[in-house]
Write a protein that binds this ligand. Sequence first.
Ligand SMILES: C[S@@+](CC[C@H](N)C(=O)[O-])C[C@H]1O[C@@H](n2cnc3c(N)ncnc32)[C@H](O)[C@@H]1O
Length: 242
Amino acid sequence: MTNIPGKVSDPSVWARFWSDQSTFDDEFLRHNVNVFLENSREVMEFSAQDRVLDIGCGPGHLLEILAPKVDKVCGVDVSSKYVQQCRSRLIRHHNAQVEQLGEDYTDLSILGDERFNKIICLSVIQYYQEKDDVRRLMAAVKRVAAPGARFLIADILVDTGLLEDIYSVLRSAFRDRALLKTVRFLWRAQFGNYARLRRKTGLLSFSGEELSKMAQDENLKSELIVKRLTVNHNRSHILIWI
Ligand SMILES: C[S@@+](CC[C@H](N)C(=O)[O-])C[C@H]1O[C@@H](n2cnc3c(N)ncnc32)[C@H](O)[C@@H]1O
């Protein structure tokens, strides 16, 4: 079992993985974020007035790079380990906020009255427990979004197998001149917990049509981004206008 149409078989497994994993190291996450920022420049058009929310922020590489360039950065994540790492990474940035998500990880009420105009969810929804969580996320994002905000869900797993994913990441590694760090990452991913969990528990995959329909049901306009935004050619991305 690799990708699951509607639900993963044991929802708590991925949550536990992110609190105690060593597959995705800082070197690889930083590289992925750099590729993403470079490739998504025209899609996100970051500027000094932006208030950026990163959902599933991990250890905070994206926010660390953006913090000096925008008005405010805020990260939320389910993993307490990552929340701590992200807070430490951003400690010198007075425009940064990091919050831990609760059991209902689509609930963004911890952000209170804060409003954001650039919202990113990068390489995250494949670890959700069920597809309908994305629908709930869209509804929650509407409540914390400023009018006209952009919400980019990026690096979405489409229905491919592990081998196709590996090939796709290697292809980009050549182009991005990042072969060594990518091979190191793939080795850990292949022979550590990640591949075992992926086989046993599965990851959620989505078609562009499904995500567009969810956005439409929330009365949101959306656009599928066809260019490569991350290190994996096989991923899809959807830009939602709030
Ligand atoms: C592959 S990492 C990506 C981290 C970060 N977005 C980046 O690109 O560097 C996946 C992240 O999703 C987070 N995550 C997993 N399930 C989540 C959930 N249900 N809600 C929010 N974040 C979640 C993990 O804790 C982890 O930080």
